[in-house]
Design a binder for this molecule. Structure first.
Ligand SMILES: Nc1ncnc2c1ncn2[C@@H]1O[C@H](COP(=O)(O)OP(=O)(O)OP(=O)(O)O)[C@@H](O)[C@H]1O
Length: 436
């Protein structure tokens, strides 16, 4: 017996000397159902750019995506290193005849790893594959814009209606101070990368932004740019359409991870000020009578959501469900807003979208007219610095209309700024004539 065991041990040693690797097969189908791991591996290899080193790849389009991706063709092999372990991937495709005579390919990935790395890395590596695949799929799918409208509520289950979200605004097309833009980008980057951090400090993984500034300063454009940057869906929450506490809760619960939830014109859609009612215990709704009911609006009684109620509500809700969400409030009148929203810790970032600055003007001219310098630039700069107020929306409107005549567009802008300065008496036109 001892001799037999010794022979076995010897054979095992010999075997692991000659065959030091373990091989895992990951077939496309497990019985009749799709093997998610196969899809994950496919997307992971694409996301990591490993397919680029293969001689032959397959071009395909993912579900709900306009993008084409390349995946490994049958017979191709690539290698990557994970935590010091080398991992070899091969994609195998076998032609197979089904019982009805039709031919069906059988696809699978094989993963080869050194035996001594197996226990050390495999579990962590499979987690990374799943996460990479999820992120890649998310980045490449078409984004959706959800809205809530009572008139289109289907029989209660889905409160949001979705359409494809295709807004052209990006951080490159946004006209605003570049340092402010950089700080928004940096905040988004650190938020997105902060999963472990938020988990460690025990906070829900969400972020709140308050965008404020005059109409036409680019608040909606900023929201679209944020969504496009992250490739996240947008939930446009129309609070005036929300009738009850439980409806608001349902709407928020039905939002998905990796989404931007927007409540525009917060000063118009929630009840901000009513001293008598504010002294009451905070509730999600305030009514013109002292009655309050959970569902619906009692006839003849105007019922609106209060800001503090909404904030308490969302804070409470985030702590129990939902991750990777950015909540954005916008207002044209920050001075009207309740302290509850402005106090530190409520909205993480306040972003001021201002009237057009000279830097923003230059971005707009470059984007709309493809002009990066002009005789009239110093004139515009002087007028803007003298206090002439024009929104980026007004500037872009002039430029769209006069896009075939850049000089004409700039002249029109200068004349409108001059007119404004003259009418407000801020500066005498002669005082900056030399800047022509
Ligand atoms: N900062 C900006 N950069 C680039 N384009 C801008 C900017 N601001 C406004 N625009 C242009 O003006 C249009 C209207 O702007 P937008 O709707 O983003 O402003 P807003 O501040 O959200 O206005 P409102 O408060 O009325 O909703 C945009 O479609 C865009 O073309």
């Amino acid at each position: 017996l001892e001799i037999a065991e010794a022979i076995n041990r010897g054979l095992r040693r010999l075997n692991s000397h000659w065959m030091p690797y373990v091989v895992f097969e990951i077939p496309e189908f497990e019985g009749a159902s799709i093997n998610e791991l196969y899809k994950n591996v496919q997307l992971h290899l694409t996301a990591k750019g490993l397919c680029r080193s293969a001689r032959k790849t397959v071009l395909c389009r993912m579900k709900n995506s306009a993008n084409t991706i390349s995946t490994l063709a049958g017979g191709e092999a690539v290698m990557e290193t994970f935590e010091g372990a080398k991992i070899w991937w091969t994609h195998t495709v076998h032609g197979n005849k089904a019982t009805d005579g039709s031919s069906q390919d059988q696809r699978s990935y094989t993963m080869k790893v050194h035996k001594h790395d197996r226990d050390r890395v495999i579990s962590a590596y499979l987690d990374v594959i799943r996460e990479n695949a999820y992120n890649f799929q998310h980045k490449n799918r078409e984004m959706l814009l959800y809205s809530n409208n009572r008139s289109t509520y289907s029989s209660g289950r889905h409160l949001w209606q979705a359409v494809h979200f295709k807004h052209p605004s990006t951080f490159d097309t946004l006209a605003m101070d570049s340092s402010q833009l950089q700080s928004v980008k940096a905040d988004l980057d650190s938020f997105v990368a902060g999963k472990e951090y938020f988990q460690r400090v025990g906070r829900p993984w969400k972020r709140g932004y308050l965008l404020y500034g005059p109409a036409g300063s680019g608040k909606s454009s900023m929201i679209a740019a944020i969504a496009n940057y992250l490739k996240w869906d947008v939930f446009d929450l129309e609070l005036t359409q929300v009738r009850s506490n439980s409806e608001l809760k349902q709407l928020l619960i039905q939002t998905t991870n990796k989404s931007v939830i927007v409540i525009e014109d917060i000063d118009c859609s929630v009840c901000l000020a009513h001293p008598r009612l504010r002294r009451k215990k905070p509730s999600y709704y305030e009514t013109s009578s002292l009655e309050s009911s959970e569902e619906g609006t009692p006839e003849g009684v105007e019922k609106r959501i209060t800001l503090s109620g909404l904030l308490n509500f969302t804070d409470g809700l985030w702590s129990c469900c939902g991750n990777e969400r950015i909540l954005i409030f916008t207002t044209n009148h920050i001075e009207k807003l309740d302290d509850a929203l402005l106090r530190p810790g409520r909205m993480d970032l306040h972003i001021h979208m201002s009237f057009c600055t000279y830097a923003a003007f230059k971005t707009l001219v470059l984007n709309y007219l493809m002009v990066d310098s002009h005789l009239l630039f110093p004139k515009v700069e002087t007028l803007l610095r003298s206090g002439a107020k024009v929104t980026p929306a007004q500037v872009s409107e002039i430029m769209i209309q006069r896009r075939d005549n850049p000089s004409g567009a700039l002249e029109e802008l200068v004349s409108s700024l001059e007119h404004q300065i003259l009418s407000t008496g801020k500066i005498h036109p002669e005082s900056h004539k030399s800047t022509y």
